[in-house]
Write a protein that binds this ligand. Structure first.
Ligand SMILES: O=C(O)CCC(=O)C(=O)O
Ligand SMILES: [Fe+2]
Length: 373
């Protein structure tokens, strides 16, 4: 059946089984730890009515005006929503998942050939923390806080313009670029609807800021994530997150997940909301630049991926495909709504460089102590 649906994909049997388990496994219960609230709530002056769950928005069944209103309402309150009826073909998502699983099952030495040189590129492979070489010129892993262990994950970041050395195979490249194109179409649609819902005139001005989507002057990219199986928790086990708590750096993020639980969103009232992935659902969330752009109206919510404590869930991997959209590097983001002084203007390229530097220095165990932009 797979060969009929996805004839161009050649997978080992193990990757094939993995892919089927991704597609078929049902949702499971996430464990909730609401106790470790290390976030800062001080600057959140806009506090609209709280929605204590992530809303689902059907983009195919309603008028554009209704979808625009629902999007703005969800992204103002929670900062996250699920989109369904979004137009990204399920086969495109499934092919990218299958290629991602096939890549991550390769030996570490092979994956390291595609390694990301974080000072020069935003694309490439980032190994799990236990594979750290300790080479100070090549900070190997990402980390969001020195207070917590490094993330239990490995990553491959790709975009339209990355070097040939980044791509593991032709079929991988094709599957990724197909998903990137579909994700860009959806992002453009969402951003135009958001412009309309916010009453911007013209509503397209947000979308115009990332016209260079597929050029070297724009760092929008697709992140393939693999959270490997974890050993059972025993006395004395230090449980790190699969992905530490953070906000996204850019404009909008689209998350395609498998059915494994773990992703949690911190609500404005400081509760963790479980994301419930389901085939066909895309999770949409706001990043820091969009929050600045809208004068704080749209909310860049902190979120994390917990490592489960249940031994059965720990023995299973988790995969996700995340498409991050940024403005073009030269674009200066300044508030279009509300108080123009609520956030100082920031050049997108400079903001992105800062955030990456911070994340990779933390990954090296260094507190970057960079002043805010
Ligand atoms: O893996 C996920 O579900 C989300 C990961 C995430 O938040 C990120 O990479 O920014
Ligand atoms: Fe994120």
């Amino acid at each position: 059946m797979l060969a009929i649906l996805y004839p161009s994909i050649k997978l080992t049997e193990k990757a094939f089984r993995l892919f089927l388990s991704l597609v078929n496994s049902g949702p499971a219960q996430a464990d909730t730890r609401n106790t470790r609230l290390t976030h800062r709530l001080a600057n959140r002056s806009v506090m609209p009515a709280e929605t204590e769950e992530i809303p689902e928005i059907d983009m195919s069944q309603q008028s554009e005006a209704v979808v625009a209103e629902q999007l703005v309402s969800a992204l103002t309150t929670v900062g996250f929503c699920y989109a369904v009826g979004h137009g990204v073909p399920q086969e495109t998502v499934a092919s990218a998942f299958a290629e991602s699983a096939g890549f991550f099952e390769r030996p570490l030495s092979e994956k390291l050939r595609h390694r990301r040189d974080w000072r020069k590129s935003t694309c490439g492979y980032i190994p799990p923390h236990w594979a750290s070489t300790g080479d100070p010129d090549e900070p190997p892993v990402e980390r969001f806080s020195l207070d917590a262990p490094p993330d239990e994950k490995e990553v491959l970041d790709v975009c339209h313009t990355c070097d040939d050395t980044v791509w593991p195979s032709k079929s991988f490249r094709k599957a990724s670029l197909d998903l990137i194109s579909a994700a860009q179409d959806l992002t453009l649609r969402l951003v135009r609807l958001i412009g309309r819902g916010l009453g911007l005139s013209p509503p397209d001005q947000l979308a115009d800021a990332f016209a260079g989507f597929a050029t070297p002057g724009n760092t929008s990219e697709l992140r393939m994530l693999h959270y490997p199986p974890l050993p059972p928790v025993t006395d004395g086990t230090v449980c790190g997150d699969r992905c530490g708590e953070h906000t996204d750096y850019g404009i909008i993020t689209l998350v395609f997940c498998d059915s494994q639980p773990g992703l949690q969103v911190l609500s404005r009232s400081a509760r963790y909301l479980d994301a419930n992935p389901r085939p066909g659902r895309v999770l949409v969330n706001i990043g820091d630049l969009m929050q600045r752009w809208t004068g704080g109206r749209l909310h860049s919510a902190r979120h994390r991926v917990l490592a489960p404590t249940d031994p059965k869930l720990r023995s299973q991997p988790r995969y996700s495909l995340v498409y991050f959209t940024q403005c073009d590097d030269e674009y200066i983001v300044r508030p279009l709504l509300g108080d123009p002084d609520s956030f100082p203007p920031v050049k997108t390229g400079e903001h992105m460089r800062r955030r990456f530097e911070e994340t990779f220095l933390l990954g090296q165990g260094i507190d970057p102590q960079l002043p805010p932009l």
